[in-house]
Write a protein that binds this ligand. Structure first.
Ligand code: EPZ
Length: 449
């Protein structure tokens, strides 16, 4: 397995081009299965989850070709109706195949996704939506087996305990587009990625009203066509580079971004003390404001347009070095704080109580050996390491590869001292003289066990 060795302390400077959005692209790739002709996606990021989705399409006997950010998907040979555990285990977004399979093949068997490092992630809302559309389901040996004799429109409320669901809204949207009659989804997720799926389906011929609002109304049509579509910029990747600029006291120009999809992130960064200048419609310059100190924050994540849960680990890293007491609450994944324990290994002072993380900002972290538990935790630890004193070895960077295109190359181009290598255990670089001065004499050490 590979790790990053990061020597912190260099302010990031320069320009970084933000890639297409992973979370927008994954449902679009599945929506392409609904068309009666090929779909061409542009601005597709080349990263591990996109490759995993291509493997899933291959398993469905559909060829997807990706070259220079352009993906062609021809659904003509789509003839498979099950998703194996191995695919679901690697990527929960495999669930997006359910809607198109049930719609085009009239039946689907999907392995239920298992545990996840960011918290409990059930699929009850997806199943609630399909049931309302007329799908009959049984659960056997870890699989949901589903079939129907014709999908019909229905009134569906997709509000869960932690708010609306992005995945369930996308799945029901796809199935309802080819159902007979009208479907109304209440408490639909409004994330930009959901809006993009709805807009692409509309360009394929679907009849959808209320895009961007919590109520979506879909009048089913007989067929959808293929389409040419450009994937929106990745708002979470943009947030990652923005926070990295802030943490390192850098000055970074993000290009190919959509600032309108990042309102909550930009608000939080400005509250903290960042200066953010819009340069045209799709570029943002992010640096620390010279005229005001860094401020601790009370942050809470929420469904869009609230602060995205995927940025929460990044803000935790930023607030870990911001003098004062901050509090971060994640209302989407209430236990998504694995990164905080690793930040503590770097000298951060954080503690979790319920769904809050209390952070006592320490000014500067110190490099250490740490481990990425998931994609955004890995990004947050990288950002923390870039601002820390000394060297950090970050393990399990394969998590980061799932969602960031050329991550270390983009950071290196901004001046970051980051090297990728296979995992090794370096000797701790201790200053023994300093340690001996601090260690109590043997007579003072209680050896009774
Ligand atoms: C999407 O996951 C994203 N993944 C996640 O990004 C993101 O964190 C999440 O939305 C929230 O914004 C993709 O787009 C591929 P949800 P999704 O259904 O669709 C609960 C990343 O790092 N829920 O909106 O799976 C759920 O437990 C990833 O890029 C149910 O209770 O998220 C959560 O608390 C991680 N029942 C809340 O709803 C359900 O049936 C929102 O989940 C479904 C979800």
């Amino acid at each position: 397995m590979d790790m990053y060795s990061i020597e912190g302390g260099t302010p990031l400077r320069g320009t970084v081009k933000i890639s297409g959005s992973k979370n927008a692209c994954l449902p679009l790739m599945c929506a392409a299965l609904l068309g009666n002709g090929p779909t061409v996606l542009e601005n597709v990021p080349d990263l591990r989850d996109i490759r995993s989705m291509m493997t899933l399409l291959e398993h469905l006997n559909v060829r997807a070709i990706l070259k220079n950010g352009r993906m062609v998907i021809d659904p003509a040979t789509f003839d498979t109706d099950w998703v194996p555990y191995d695919m679901m285990r690697k990527m929960r977004a495999s669930m997006y195949a359910f809607g198109p399979m049930i719609s085009k093949r009239r039946r689907a068997a999907v392995s239920k996704p298992g545990g996840c490092n960011i918290g409990n992630r059930p699929i009850d809302l997806h199943l609630r939506g399909f049931r309302a559309l007329g799908v009959r389901m049984v659960e056997r040996q870890g699989y949901v087996h589903a079939h129907h004799a014709g999908l019909h429109g229905a009134e569906i409320d997709l509000l869960g305990d932690n708010g609306p669901s992005v995945g369930a809204t996308c799945n029901v949207l796809m199935a309802a587009s080819l159902a007979s009659g009208r479907t109304v989804i209440r408490n639909a997720a409004r994330e930009p990625e959901v809006q993009e799926l709805a807009n692409m389906l509309a360009a394929m011929g679907a009849k959808i009203d209320g895009i961007g609002s919590p109520t979506l109304s879909i009048d089913g049509v007989e067929e959808l066509s293929g389409v040419k579509w450009r994937v929106q910029p990745d708002r979470i990747e943009a947030a990652t580079f923005a926070v990295a600029s802030a943490v390192t006291d850098g000055d970074v120009l993000l290009t190919d971004v959509d600032p309108t999809a990042m309102t909550a992130t930009l608000w939080a960064l400005r509250e903290w003390g960042a200066e953010i200048d819009h340069q045209g419609e799709d570029a943002l310059r992010v640096r620390r404001a010279t005229d005001c100190p860094m401020r601790p924050l009370q942050l809470e994540t929420g469904p869009y347009p609230g602060l995205a849960t995927d940025t929460q680990p990044l803000f935790s890293a930023l607030l870990a070095v911001t003098p004062g007491v901050s509090r971060v609450r994640d209302t989407i994944y209430r236990d998504r704080f694995m990164h905080a324990l690793e930040l503590n290994r770097m000298g951060a002072k954080t503690s979790q109580s319920g769904d809050f993380l209390s952070i006592n900002g320490v000014g500067r972290l110190e490099g250490a050996a740490v481990m990425a538990s998931d994609l955004r935790a890995g990004a947050a630890l990288t950002v923390a390491a870039l601002g820390a004193k000394g060297q950090t070895q970050l393990r399990r960077v394969y998590h980061i590869e799932r969602g960031y295109e050329r991550f270390e190359q983009k950071l290196a181009a901004l001046g970051a001292n980051i090297v990728r290598s296979s995992e090794t255990e370096p000797e701790p670089g201790l200053d023994w003289n300093a340690v001996e001065e601090e260690v109590a004499p043997v007579s003072e050490v209680d050896t009774r066990g």
